[in-house]
Design a protein around this ligand. Structure first.
Ligand SMILES: Nc1ncnc2c1ncn2[C@@H]1O[C@H](COP(=O)(O)OP(=O)(O)OP(=O)(O)O)[C@@H](O)[C@H]1O
Length: 493
């Protein structure tokens, strides 16, 4: 078994019997090196890892204090102890000052006194080494933590910033993003309007990360469908016991987002009571927790979202005009997906890549024919509906490329390039025009949807539609319907 090495001491004295006495007192617990003068002692220091020095003051050549002063320069962590029979105060004071002496031991010393001094000195040596190591580690750790934090912030800024909002190069969204960028760094409330799922939350988040508040938190809440009680608890926070089942006080988003940004979506669905509460926050930054008497303040930035036109609601008396003006210092309208069909392909392919990775189902992409159908649809549910459709297609896909046969029926039945208001079968029913024209439009859509879904297998399509193959071909010719190129694997004729 190997035991830990003993701590090393250097004993310096010109009198051999003093050196022997010191060694006797210390050698059980310490590894003792000896030197008869400052020169020998210096050589010893150079060759060994010494933790404490016991040095006589009066020696031929350099004095103990002079030697220890040099040691202080070169090996500052080594603990220095001086032993002297001379009690001149001026000597001692200059020794302590110049050599940074840890302890002064007068002659004659007692062996226990020397042992105690040696133990303390080694303990001090270890403490100061640990301290040095820890402060180095702390310095390293804090700079590593700082750089980690900075990297994370940068990733957030880049990952959640405006560049993350996908769109085609000439998308109408470019102007919207431009306006949002310009307003981002002005600490003013902004109102984002647009249908559900158009990307308002995405834009609000990008505005936060492009603002001076980017180091502070961003929170988002959709008020639509929440009762006043739920909203109050969520936004103001709630005191313990203020409502049944509230076991502990919870802070709300107004407090959590202090000095950060809160995106409050669906403000058009706020009740009159909640409108008053929000006005107080928007105007004074003041609110009170549910169940609390005292008012709290917050310095959050409000970005609000609305599906309906708030100005119309103000005119109808359904929304407070003072709140509208408090929230809409700047107003940015986000267009629906049907107004930017060029974005559909970019979004669909990016969604597919994400979904394919998330669900572990590798696919290469979406065929041009499928993209044409997707671009032609009006997407009333905007990005959420697009994501659902791509998910469905991915789940059903059997090959590496997602073709139009995977698209769901309402989308296949829509007429690409047609007035969006007239795309859906139900809209054909209520549209105006001659009965024959409307029936033919329906017929054409049903034919195209069936053939696309059956990958242009005309035998199967004719069978499903109760037509002869000749009858089907005649109808295809009449409507000018043809398979997209390249044709599907199952196409015949
Ligand atoms: N341009 C875009 N690029 C990438 N993803 C987008 C884009 N726009 C929206 N999304 C995604 O679409 C989904 C819906 O967007 P978001 O929640 O921002 O819409 P919203 O307008 O705030 O909807 P709602 O008003 O219904 O809450 C989110 O998953 C969002 O990440």
């Amino acid at each position: 078994m190997t035991s830990a090495p003993l701590p090393t001491l250097l004993l310096v004295d010109d009198e051999p019997h003093s050196l022997a006495a010191m060694r006797m007192a210390l050698e059980d617990e310490f590894d003792c090196l000896e030197a008869a003068d400052a020169e020998q002692a210096m050589a010893c220091m150079q060759d060994n890892y010494v933790q404490a020095i016991f040095c006589d003051q009066r020696m031929p050549g350099r004095t103990g204090a002079e030697f220890l002063a040099e040691c202080r320069e070169r090996w500052p962590e080594t603990v220095r102890i001086i032993i002297t029979g001379y009690t001149e105060t001026s000597d001692m004071i200059s020794a302590i000052n110049e050599a940074g002496i840890y302890q002064f031991i007068p002659k004659p010393w007692h062996p226990d006194q020397l042992l105690m001094a040696a133990r303390n000195a080694v303990h001090l040596f270890r403490l100061s080494r640990d301290h040095e190591r820890m402060s180095l580690e702390m310095r390293y750790l804090s700079s590593a933590a700082d750089s980690k934090l900075e990297k994370r912030r940068k990733a957030l800024r880049e990952g959640l910033g405006f560049d993350h909002i996908l769109r085609a190069p000439n998308s109408p969204l470019n102007a919207v993003i431009g306006a949002a960028r310009r307003h981002a760094s002005f600490d003013i409330p902004v109102l984002l309007t647009g249908e559900p799922g158009v990307g308002k939350a995405e834009i609000a988040r990008a505005m936060h990360y492009a603002s001076l508040r980017s180091d502070r938190p961003f929170f988002a809440l959709n008020c639509a469908g929440m009762t006043d009680e739920m909203l109050e608890a969520e936004l103001f926070g709630i005191r313990r016991g203020a409502a049944a089942g509230v076991q502990s006080t919870r802070i709300g988003l107004f407090q959590k987002a202090d000095r950060g940004t809160l995106f409050l979506n669906g403000v058009d669905s706020l009740s009159p009571r909640m409108q008053i509460a929000l006005l107080r926050v928007a105007a004074e930054g003041a609110f009170a927790q549910v169940g609390a008497m005292e008012t709290q303040t917050t310095r959050l930035r409000l970005i609000c979202g609305a599906h309906r036109d708030l100005k119309t609601m103000v005119a109808e008396g359904a929304f407070r005009s003072d709140l509208y003006f408090a929230l809409a210092v700047a107003e940015i309208a986000v267009p629906p997906l049907r107004a930017r069909p060029g974005d559909v392909s970019v979004l669909a392919q990016s969604l597919l890549a994400d979904l394919s990775a998330r669900h572990g189902k590798p696919v290469r992409g979406i065929s041009d024919a499928a993209l044409e159908f997707l671009e032609g649809y009006d997407w009333p549910g905007n990005l959420r509906e697009l994501e659902n459709e791509i998910t469905r297609m991915l789940v059903a896909a059997q090959g590496p490329v997602l073709g139009p046969e995977l698209i769901s029926r309402p989308i296949l039945q829509a007429e690409p390039g047609q007035d969006p208001d007239d795309r859906r079968a139900s809209e054909v029913m209520v549209a105006e025009g001659a009965l024959k024209d409307r029936i033919e439009l329906m017929e054409m859509r049903i034919l195209r949807e069936t053939l696309t879904r059956l990958r242009w297998n005309k035998s199967r399509a004719a069978a499903e539609l109760g037509l002869s193959r000749v009858g089907l071909r005649a109808k295809l010719d009449r409507y000018g319907l043809a398979p997209p190129a390249p044709v599907g694997a199952e196409e015949e004729d």
